[in-house]
Design a protein around this ligand. Sequence first.
Ligand code: ARG
Length: 256
Amino acid sequence: MKSVKRIAVLALAAALLLCCLAGCSQSKGSKLVMATNAAFPPYEFKDDSGNYAGIDVELAQKLAEKLGRELEIADVEFGSIVGGVQTGKYDVGIAGMTVTDERKESVNFSDSYATGVQVVIVKEDSPITSVDDMLSLGSTIGVQQDTTGDIYASDTIENGGFGDDKVTRYKTGADAVQALITGKVDSVIIDNEPAKSFVAANTGLKILDTAYVEEEYAIAVSKDNDELLEKINSAIAEFKQDGTLDGIISKYIPAE
Ligand code: ARG
């Protein structure tokens, strides 16, 4: 009788243990799902062999390592990242994403890990030499849909934009640059480092000397996941301190 009871207790304990193990690994989520839009070098792009590369990708890899999770990359439309992070479809949005008040209504942002500036790309032989020229010539602008470049450019002229009717939206920054090359638009407004990458990779393009406000890039996290946000912030602080972040950035952005 006693031994039967002991077996039952042991079986129950084993069942509980198994259950707990399964539950633990599930709640921990062995994968860290990063949403990005990988046509935005040097932050995220596919290298010649089709592998994801770039500052954000390497930062995410270090972050996943730190969290003891495996990195999974979801390459999606830029405009769907914030919503997907908000609903928990993705754990983090890492996409050279600028912190804006509007996005802050939907997601939390980590501490900033980089900065960016919006710039204008034109063809080398373009009559456009300044933002004033863009206005007076009534020139057209290509942007990546839902980016800050899109938001600025399509704003009214009074608000510092060019008017919605001048703007054509593309799925990726790379597509917008392609439209400039093929003459579908007169200019592209995009973040400075991607602009430099695109100008370096294509002949006949240049960046105008314009100064827009500086933007902060940060990682988007669900408002329901403060624990993850805290871990990300301490990882970022550590990566800043120990040179990890500088190391990643200088690998992709050679010092001038
Ligand atoms: N910094 C800009 C923004 O947040 C553009 C980011 C685009 N990122 C990308 N991976 N395509 O709106």
